[in-house]
Design a protein around this ligand. Structure first.
Ligand SMILES: Nc1ncnc2c1ncn2[C@@H]1O[C@H](COP(=O)(O)OP(=O)(O)OP(=O)(O)O)[C@@H](O)[C@H]1O
Ligand SMILES: CC(C)(CO)[C@@H](O)C(=O)[O-]
Ligand code: BAL
Length: 302
């Protein structure tokens, strides 16, 4: 595995990669979620490149840029063990020579909703760095987690709207399902901020999504009410919404997405889950989980 720290080194490394190249972009502090992205890339590309960069452009002034975990040695070991060919871990000066850019990607209306409403400028910063990293690494495929569902949707949209290509073809954006702890909590680098009590409270996010997914057979209102009843009193809710799979208005029937963001102590966490809304009117109001095709989810202590 080769490590590139600046643009010249990356250019040399990238020139040596042949065939279909996949990129996995991360902010480091790698865990099983990142490992799943790397495994997906490893399984469908000839070469895998991982980027590790804590992007200052996507952090608000009162957010956790300074205390965000930086664990490069452990991250490199994980990448090596996972069969990564090359890691690009640039400095801020390498990515933003001359300071933070004046010209940034405008994420459009979807970028100002949900995460964008709570974190103004967040998606401008995310899409700007993702576009720069796509230009620098020139992948054929790029892998993003469904854990950051709105980010995945906006990256897809950007590649389409801004005609982002490698070797003449659109870069394929591949979504990878969320990896969870055995008790249901979505893996996240920020889980490391949680105290033992907060870790227990944080289980309300995934528990609410499982409850909402089970109740969705009875319609959108039932899904939201079931999820909200788990969240109330456990966490400081930012938003809980039901949308269609493209983050448009909630469907009365059919595929949907339930998304939640909440603060647990000083830590802000997000999670989401696919749901099927009102798909089977024959499902009874209790004990209908198996008939609704919704996994029961792990049992939750909170
Ligand atoms: N549990 C997970 N399952 C699948 N993909 C994940 C998971 N956690 C993160 N990812 C994906 O890994 C990529 C890099 O994410 P990032 O480095 O920000 O990790 P993170 O754990 O989400 O960090 P944070 O806690 O800061 O949100 C993103 O595409 C993200 O969606
Ligand atoms: C895509 C990304 C690496 C851009 O900094 C970041 O938002 C993340 O880790 O999800
Ligand atoms: N995982 C998305 C990056 C962020 O929250 O800053």
């Amino acid at each position: 595995m080769i490590l590139a720290r600046d643009e010249a080194e990356l250019h040399t490394v990238r020139s040596g990669l042949s065939g279909v190249v996949g990129v996995v972009m991360t902010m480091g502090a790698l865990h099983d979620g990142h490992r799943a992205l790397i495994a997906a890339a490893r399984g469908s590309c000839d070469a895998v490149l991982v980027t590790i960069f804590v992007n200052p452009l996507q952090f608000g002034p009162s957010e956790d840029l300074d205390r965000y975990p930086r664990t490069l040695d452990a991250d490199l070991a994980l990448c090596e063990a996972a069969g990564v060919d090359a890691v690009f871990a640039p400095t801020v000066d390498t990515v933003y020579p001359g300071g933070l850019p004046a010209v940034r990607v405008n994420p459009g209306p979807l970028g100002r909703e949900l995460e964008g409403a709570s974190r103004p400028g967040f998606f401008d910063g995310v899409l700007t760095v993702v576009l720069k990293l796509l230009h620098l690494t020139r992948p054929h495929r790029a892998y993003f987690g469904e854990k950051d569902y709105q980010q995945l949707a906006l990256v897809r949209r950007m590649v389409r709207d801004l005609t982002v290509r490698t070797d003449g073809a659109a870069v394929e954006i591949v979504g990878v399902p969320t990896i969870r702890e055995p008790d249901g909590l979505a893996r996240s680098s920020r889980n490391g901020y949680l105290s033992t009590m907060e870790r227990t409270a944080a289980l309300a996010l995934s528990a609410a999504l499982f409850a909402g997914a089970r109740a969705a057979a009875h319609g959108p209102d039932a899904a939201l009410a079931a999820a909200r009843s788990v969240l109330d009193g456990a966490v400081e809710l930012d938003y809980l919404v039901l949308t269609d799979p493209d983050l448009g208005p909630a469907p009365a029937r059919g595929p949907g997405r339930l998304l939640v963001a909440a603060r647990v102590g000083t830590t802000r966490l997000i999670d989401n889950m696919a749901v099927t809304v009102g798909h089977d009117p024959a499902v009874p109001t209790t004990g209908g989980d198996a008939a609704a095709g919704v996994p029961a989810g792990p049992s939750v202590a909170s």
